[in-house]
Design a protein around this ligand. Structure first.
Ligand code: NAD
Length: 373
């Protein structure tokens, strides 16, 4: 039975946790349970608000460790399926990320199907907040690509279940950048035995919220930066402030660098880009960097050390987890643990001659499963 929960006039929730396949007595094809990215997700909620035009999907992947927590991405998806695929993959990544970061939080994510540059955001994010509220605390949302702390504060007017709030943990990006910086250092330590990044060439793809702060730390550590972005003003800023060399987006993969740091969108490690890479380390903050799981094995076969994305980019969510009793020193200390977690993963992967992502997944699964007992 397809279940519609009418929470507010003109606002509908289609809750696929309860959904099978009949509508008005007839057959109705729901391509969620058979979706290639569906992985035992607990709940997938499709949200539409007529007045604001909001179209959103919320995915709760797993709540063994606690309420699901993960950001809200706003993007010009070309199709509903593209948005669904993104939210299914991202929410699973949050379950694994929160588990390996040692947080008592499950994994979830939300996507809003809209132009991230939309100017009038009040009605949209208020409607979004009401949908979050309707889940009664099973899922907490926060900032992600295309959304800002200001958007989160608008949604927060409708629900307490928002994280990364102004006056509390705030913008997670500097902490994500810190974790990514430490992850690059761990990779360099493991592969080359070096404690310093001085003189190393590092390419950064995407110099937005996180990429900017990452470039700042890499520059302070003496690294030479090669950057790309599709937003000229962001490039001008890192070129001016950190002396970064700017290259065209399609040229970032072929750069003769020590480290490639993907910090834009996902799936940039794929069949087309892999043969182009000259870096011996891939370590960046973007979510879902591998287009397909086999690309992890291919990186290993090519002798490229890969820092699993959800481990290296956990700094922001770690900081958000301190929202209730915010303490920057405690948050920073926990973000610092990313360095040791990655060294452990690299070590085990080397000993077992296996992809680092597989080792990380096993470690995360063990934590999630033990919480279910
Ligand atoms: P952002 O939107 O501020 O920055 C992304 C940048 O990538 C933008 O400047 C954009 O112009 C650029 N970009 C987009 N497509 C590009 C392309 N094809 N080539 C080059 N540049 C391109 O986002 P952000 O918050 O910095 O997040 C970056 C990545 O890190 C995302 O994958 C996000 O999911 C992930 N992440 C972010 C956080 C966080 O704290 N913000 C936490 C964990 C993971």
């Amino acid at each position: 039975m397809l279940s519609f929960c009418n929470n507010y006039p003109n606002k509908w929730v289609v809750d696929l946790a309860l959904t099978h396949k009949s509508l008005h007595g007839g057959e109705y094809h729901v391509a969620v349970f058979n979706h290639v990215s569906f992985d035992q997700h607990e709940q997938v909620v499709f949200c539409h608000d007529k007045e604001s035009g909001l179209k959103a999907i919320i995915a709760i992947h797993n709540t063994n460790l606690g309420p699901a927590v993960g950001g809200c991405r706003m993007w010009n998806y070309q199709s509903d399926d593209e948005a669904l695929n993104d939210v299914l993959r991202l929410s699973k990544g949050m379950t694994y990320k929160n588990a390996l970061a040692g947080l008592k939080m499950g994994g979830g994510k939300s996507v809003i199907i809209a132009d991230p540059k939309t100017k009038d955001r009040e009605a949209l994010f208020r409607a979004f907040g009401r949908f979050i509220d309707s889940l009664g605390g099973r899922y907490y949302s926060a900032e992600d690509v295309g959304t800002t702390t200001a958007d989160i504060m608008i949604a927060h007017q409708e629900t307490p279940y928002m994280a990364g709030l102004e006056g509390k943990s705030g913008d997670p990006s500097p902490f994500t950048a810190l974790g990514t910086f430490l992850g690059i250092k761990a990779a360099v330590k493991h592969q080359r035995g070096l404690d310093s990044l001085a003189g190393l060439k590092i390419s950064v793809q995407g110099v937005g919220h996180v990429g900017y702060y990452l470039c700042k730390q890499l520059h302070q550590a003496g690294a030479e930066l090669i950057v790309t972005d599709i937003h000229q003003a962001s490039l001008d800023r890192v070129a001016a402030e950190f002396g970064a060399t700017v290259v065209a987006p399609q040229d970032i993969y072929t750069q003769d660098v020590d480290v490639y740091a993907p910090c834009a969108l996902g799936a940039t490690i794929n069949d087309t880009t892999l043969p182009l890479l000259k870096a011996s380390i891939v370590a960046g903050c973007a979510n879902n960097q591998l287009a397909e799981p086999q690309h992890g094995q291919q990186l290993t076969d090519m002798g490229i050390l890969y820092a699993p994305d959800y481990v290296i980019n956990a700094g922001g969510i770690i900081n958000v987890s301190f929202d209730d009793h915010y303490d920057e020193a405690q948050s920073t200390a926990k973000v610092n643990q990313i360095y040791d977690t990655l060294l452990k993963i690299f070590q085990q992967a080397e000993e077992q001659s296996r992809p680092t992502g597989e080792i990380a997944d096993e470690m995360a699964q063990a934590i999630i499963e033990s919480a279910a007992q």
